[in-house]
Design a protein around this ligand. Structure first.
Ligand SMILES: Nc1ncnc2c1ncn2[C@@H]1O[C@H](COP(=O)(O)OP(=O)(O)OP(=O)(O)O)[C@@H](O)[C@H]1O
Ligand SMILES: [Mg+2]
Length: 388
């Protein structure tokens, strides 16, 4: 079983801790969902530490073969001499136990996890399961708890206003990277801007602060335009998908079907949110296909519903962090089968921002109306709340 002790400070998340407590009291399966690096594992660890009954935490991120899931869970539960049927052994062991079973990072084997979870819930009435997964498990009775990036405060009259969790995380990690670093009245505005640019994403903040050994805050802020190159020096002790921002986005990209990858690549033309009409304008999928693919991308935490925009327009979605869009992984290689509309082959939608979006070409370099990024078709309708 994984070690639950904290090596670094835990920040904020009181609302999510309370919400998880409420959900676990009415449901025996709660899944923490959200994009990579948002803090699902960290929150699950905290919930397991605080759980009044026994809690068992099983990390699945390094398991590659879904066929070995039950065997791995059995081993992590300390079961020896597991016969040919590890699922039965796990279920048999748990059926009269009262505990919280945490299954961490299920997204790359949701089917296998869903099946095992279903069997455990059927047989073990006093077992509760807390899963973390970028992809919902889709098991009956599953309650979802979205883990969003950390809130970023505003600076008003020289004071930080609102929940400052992202700034607190920045300050804690920066003090470790650059001893003596403190957030002060003089630098807080720059810190807030950096946190905003990183969407309050904890992993991105941790990857950014390591540069304070080398760069000033202002220099760091100035370099965030090239965030995929910049945020690529994570600790070697972390899982590979957390060592660079690109790797964490790639992990999500690999979870998608080829069609979802194709839509994702196409949607990277937008800086922020988009409507169904906008999506139709950049792909050759029809509206039903697009809706079904959007549902898949929502399930995988690549997209979130833009609820504010939805009150003013129908169907508005945005990437679960601006990082997600710009990370549209290696589309130059992967989008060969993208059903692009006829005139998009030279459009920036077909290019990888990580591979260089080619915006030096003057025909792409003028930012069009709305929230589209260097898009050749400025008539595309964007979400009303998107960046403009
Ligand atoms: N509330 C928090 N307080 C302190 N650190 C945090 C917090 N949330 C996340 N972090 C840090 O951010 C990094 C990413 O968090 P975490 O591993 O929980 O992300 P995740 O959502 O589980 O990502 P993935 O989908 O890749 O598994 C970790 O180094 C973690 O310690
Ligand atoms: Mg995780």
């Amino acid at each position: 079983m994984s070690d639950l002790s904290d090596l670094t400070s835990f920040v904020g998340r009181q609302a999510e801790v309370d919400q998880a407590g409420r959900q676990l009291s009415v449901s025996r399966l709660v899944t923490l969902t959200g994009p990579g690096g948002a803090g699902k594992t960290r929150l699950a660890t905290r919930l397991a530490q605080d759980y009044v009954d026994d809690a068992r935490f099983i990390a699945l991120d390094s398991l590659r073969d879904p066929g070995l899931l039950a065997q791995t869970v059995a081993a992590e539960l300390g079961l020896r001499d597991v016969p040919d049927e590890p699922t039965s052994r796990v279920v048999e062991f748990l059926k009269d136990k009262s505990l919280l079973l945490v299954l961490d990072n299920c997204e790359h084997m949701v089917q296998a996890c869903g099946t095992l979870v279903g069997k455990i819930l059927d047989a073990a009435p006093d077992v509760r399961i807390l899963a973390t997964s970028r992809h919902v498990l889709g098991v009956g009775g599953e309650q979802l708890l979205p883990v969003n990036p950390l809130p970023v405060p505003q600076v008003r009259n020289g004071k930080l206003v609102g929940d400052s969790s992202a700034v607190t995380l920045f300050a804690d990690r920066a003090a470790a990277a650059a001893p003596g670093f403190e957030v002060t009245e003089d630098n807080q505005e720059t810190v807030v801007k950096i946190c905003e640019r990183l969407d309050g994403m904890p992993l991105a903040i941790e990857l950014a602060v390591v540069w304070l050994r080398v760069l000033s805050l202002k220099e760091l802020l100035a370099r965030l335009d090239d965030r995929f190159r910049l945020l690529s020096r994570g600790e070697q002790t972390k899982p590979a998908r957390h060592q660079t921002l690109g790797a964490t986005v790639d992990w999500s990209y690999e979870l998608c079907s080829p069609e979802e990858q194709a839509l994702w690549s196409r949607l990277s033309v937008f800086d922020g949110g988009f409507t169904l009409a906008a999506a139709e304008a950049v792909t050759a999928f029809d509206s039903f296909e697009i809706l079904s693919l959007i549902a898949g991308l929502l399930d995988k935490s690549v997209l979130i519903r833009d609820t504010a925009a939805m009150s003013r327009a129908t169907g508005c979605w945005k990437p679960s962090g601006s990082t997600a869009w710009t990370g549209c992984a290696k589309p130059a290689r992967r989008t060969s089968s993208v059903p692009a509309t006829a005139d998009t082959s030279s459009n920036s939608a077909a290019r990888s921002p990580r591979n260089g979006s080619g915006t030096s070409n003057s025909s792409w370099s003028r930012k069009p109306a709305g929230n589209t990024r260097t898009c050749a078709r400025p008539w595309i309708s964007a979400c009303p709340t998107a960046t403009g």
